[in-house]
Structures are given as C-alpha cells and as structure tokens.
Design a protein around this ligand. Structure first.
Ligand code: FAD
Length: 456
C-alpha cells in the first residue's frame, strides 16, 4: 500500500496563491514539498503586457504571510485602502472608513506580483516547483499522479504520499477525488457576472482619483468598484446581473457599455478611456459559491482554498481564507503523524468557517450595491461606531472581526447577527442618535454581548 504514512513528504497541486504559501510553511518546517503547476513560471514568462488584477489583503492573509516570511515583500508593493469611497448617483462622494484609524485598513495587492513573491519564498524555503505540469489523472490506490505538459503534450507520472489540491475553483484533483467518492459537491451560481476595466494614470503619472480607498458606485441591483494598483492605475470591476435590464444580456457591446456608464456611472466614464476596448476584449467572469461536504479522501488527498470552497468576491476574503487554510493544514500535518486524522481535523476546523465566510460574502454584495447609501443603514453604522467605542471588548463590528482580527469566521457570523439585531432594535423609530437613551443602550449591550477574547 505505497509509502509509510508519516513520512514528511507532500505533493501540492497548483502554485497559485494558496499552493505557494502552503509549500513555504511546510518546507520551512523541514517537509519535502513538490508543487505541480499547470501554467509556466510567471517569473520567466512574466506577467508583462497582461492586465493588472488586484486583490484586497486583510489581517488573516497578512498573518499567514508573516508566518511564511513574505509579509514585508508583499507590503512593499501594497496600496492602503482606508475605507469605501462611495460615489452616489448625483456625483457626490463620501469616504466610509472601515476601521477606527489607519491601524484598521485593508491593502490592495497586485495578483501577479503577489504570486511571483510567493513562488520566490517557496523556492527559497526549499520547495521544488514543477511548472507546465497540469494534473490529469490520479491512481489513489497506487499513489501515482499523472501530469500533462500543455506545451509538449508529454505525460509524466510521479509517486506521491498525499496530494493537496490548491488548484483553484476548477480543481482537477477535486474531479479525480469525486470519481472515487461522493464529495457532496454543490455549486450555486449567483446569477451575476463581472467584467474588468482599467483607469490609467493621469497625464502627470499620478492616480486619477483618491488612491487610498476602495471606490464603489452602488446602483441597487448592480455596481462598479475600483481598487488602486501601485503603478497608479485602478482595476475597475463592473458587476451586473446576467438577465434583465441592465444586465450582461442587454449590455453586449462597447457602445452599450458606454451608454450604461453615461446613464449610471457618469463620474467614472471619463476615467476609463478604453471602456469600449476593455469591455469587448476582457472576459466576462461567472460568480458562484462551491459547497462540499467532504474535503479529503482518506489519507490520500485533501483540498483547500478555492478548490474546497470558492466564494463570491464581495468580502474580499477568498485569498485571505485560503491563506488561513494553509496555516491550519500545516499545523495539523505537523502535529498529527496519522495523515488521515490530520486531514479530518483540518476539515473539522475549517469547513464551518468556510461556510460562514461564504455566507457573509453573499450578504456583502447586497450591502455594497444597495445599502451603503441608505439612511437606516447609515444610522445603524453610526450607532455601531459609537458602541464599538463605548464597549470595545464586547461590540466589535462584523467587518472588523472579519478583516482586522482573526476571530473564526463562524464566530464573526454569529456575533454579527446578534449585533445587527441589536442595532435594528435600538435605532427603530429614531432618525438620529441624539434621541437615544444611552443608559439603556449600554445596559442592553452588556446584557446581550459577552466580551470577545482579546487575542481573537
Ligand atoms: P488560485 O489562485 O486560483 O490558484 C490555483 C492554481 O492552480 C493556479 O495557479 C492554476 O494555474 C493552478 N491549476 C489549476 N488547475 C491545475 C491543474 N490541473 N494542475 C496543476 N495546476 C493547476 N480574494 C481576496 O482575498 N481578496 C479579494 O479582493 C478578492 N477579489 C477577488 C475578485 C474576483 C473577481 C475574484 C474572481 C476572486 C477574488 N478573490 C479575492 C478570491 C481569490 O482570487 C481566490 O480566493 C484565491 O485566488 C484562491 O487561491 P487558490 O490558491 O485557492 O486558487
């Protein structure tokens, strides 16, 4: 039955964001790590000429990067985002801070540059990276995996001890595992898709709009967002339903996109000179949530990151959650020499938390596109800030728990629900905070919310 199970040797599928971080964490602890990646080495082929796509990095992700020794290099190219810059339909703008000060912010990082940094640290830690190797089939009984080189079409078969699937939402390892056992897989499509557009630098080379914010143009059933890049551009993402008006069914050409922007995103339109070109040439991305009941196949294979729990991008947590998975899996593997038990513990710890952030990500779409400009919401947010100041140990806003702390996602979801009920209840019938009875408010908070451990 193949190799001894407790050998500190592992084969990772995918050298994307999670694959590279996991490889680094394990190689740093003396594991022998081989990573197989479908694409070529981006450090050789280069991302040059490609589009800039960025991601919001938050505390969970930074924590994992610190453990892997990559935080300084990543932060050197990150752009701070203090809050949401809301662009109202009438052209007014308003910065809604995410946290209390600049210690509570998120960071925009360039996906391509991030991947290059992570590959460098993985290699430096001793992981062996094999590029141009797409996982094609797995013989789990014999512990042999076959990889195809997409360029030469040659197939190479290697022995493994266990496989880790860090091969993203369309995971080939997941498909291979599903041929052996029922993973309880279910994909829920959101019914909305996205298109990326670009705001180039201004004539003088500077940013065209406020760089230290995540810009949002909320328009009810749809929205645009823009995140800054260190090269002074912004990546704009237009989210629209797939059907109805407007939708990707009704907005089909560059001219349709211009008409939509003229009507709904007037202040963004002059910032995107290649709107028609970007709209027609960039692919339309589908959005879905992937749920699995099982993440591992005995001691042979385990999934993490998007391969296990792809989510919609509205909380900016997919990568952050994937990095948190890497830390958890490395810890369980290191602590527990029985591989199957380690995988089972990893799944027991992470699956409920993945479910919770998947749900919060879905909820955040509604909040971003429809609520950030609504009066009730703004009053509740104002009270939330007051309560967070008055009871910092008890009332921690959900966004703060998710983005600036490492409270397990499931705890953040549960406490967030209790807090939201409280905000709705306390502001009911009030048009401003001036008419609240603060003695009662404070008593209710103390009665309903237990203190949250300071180290979470
Ligand atoms: P991936 O990054 O997808 O990496 C998978 C790797 O596996 C790739 O390198 C791929 O080439 C390789 N691979 C695939 N198939 C094979 C195969 N058969 N054999 C070998 N290798 C293979 N997250 C955030 O935290 N913040 C954000 O702001 C954010 N914004 C997002 C915006 C959008 C529009 C989208 C779609 C996602 C966003 N995410 C964000 C989510 C984030 O991109 C993912 O959660 C993250 O990339 C998951 O990392 P991963 O390593 O699991 O998968």
């Amino acid at each position: 039955d193949g190799e001894p199970r407790n050998e500190r040797r592992i084969t990772v599928i995918g050298a994307g964001l999670a694959g590279a971080v996991l490889a680094t964490l394990l190689a740093n602890r003396g594991w022998q790590v081989d990573v197989y990646e479908k694409r070529g080495d981006p450090r050789v082929a280069g991302y040059a000429g490609g589009r800039s796509i960025n991601l919001a990095l938050a505390e969970r992700g930074r924590h994992a990067l610190r453990l892997a020794g990559g935080d300084d290099a990543v932060m050197a190219q990150a752009v701070m985002m203090r809050g949401r810059m809301v662009h109202f339909a009438d052209g007014r703008t308003d910065l809604q801070r995410y946290g209390r000060d600049d210690s509570e912010v998120i960071w925009s990082v360039h996906r391509g540059e991030l991947n290059v940094i992570l590959l460098d640290i993985a290699e430096r830690a001793g992981a062996r990276l094999h590029f141009d190797r797409a996982l094609e089939s797995v013989d789990f009984a014999a512990r042999r995996a076959s990889f195809r080189n997409p360029a030469s079409d040659e197939v190479e078969t290697v022995d493994f001890c266990s496989l880790v699937g860090a091969d993203g939402a369309g995971s080939s390892l997941r498909a291979a595992m599903a041929r052996e056992t029922d993973l309880g897989e279910r994909t829920e499509y959101l019914g909305h898709s996205y298109k990326e557009l670009e705001i180039p630098p201004a004539q003088d080379g500077d940013f065209r709009i406020e760089p230290n914010a995540l810009h949002i143009w909320p328009r009810g059933r749809y929205m645009c967002i823009a995140l800054p890049n260190d090269e002074h551009t912004f990546t704009v993402t237009l989210f629209l339903p797939n059907e109805g008006e407007p939708s990707f069914a009704s907005v089909r050409t560059g001219a349709d996109a211009r008409a939509l922007f003229e009507r709904d995103f007037g202040d963004a339109l002059p910032l995107i000179p290649r709107l028609e070109h970007d709209f027609e040439h960039n692919p339309t991305g589908l959005l879905a949530t992937l749920y699995l009941e099982r993440w591992h196949l005995r001691d042979r294979a385990v999934l993490l990151g998007d391969a296990a729990h792809a989510m919609v991008p509205f909380h900016g947590q997919g990568m952050n959650c994937a990095f948190e998975d890497c830390v958890a899996l490395a810890d369980h593997l290191d602590r527990e020499s029985d591989r199957e038990a380690a995988f089972a513990r990893f799944q027991a710890e992470r699956l409920p938390n993945a479910r919770a952030i998947q749900q919060m990500a879905l909820e955040n779409y509604l909040e971003m596109r429809d609520r950030v400009d609504d009066d009730d919401y703004l009053l509740q947010r104002a009270l939330e800030r007051q309560l967070a100041d008055r009871h910092p140990d008890r009332f921690v806003p959900r966004y703060t728990m998710v983005s600036f702390r490492r409270v397990p996602y499931a705890v953040a979801l549960e406490r967030g629900n209790a807090q939201r009920e409280l905000l709705v209840e306390l502001t009911r019938g009030h048009a401003s905070l001036d008419t609240l009875d603060w003695n009662r408010v404070d008593a209710v908070v103390r009665e309903r919310l237990e203190p949250l451990a300071a180290d979470l």
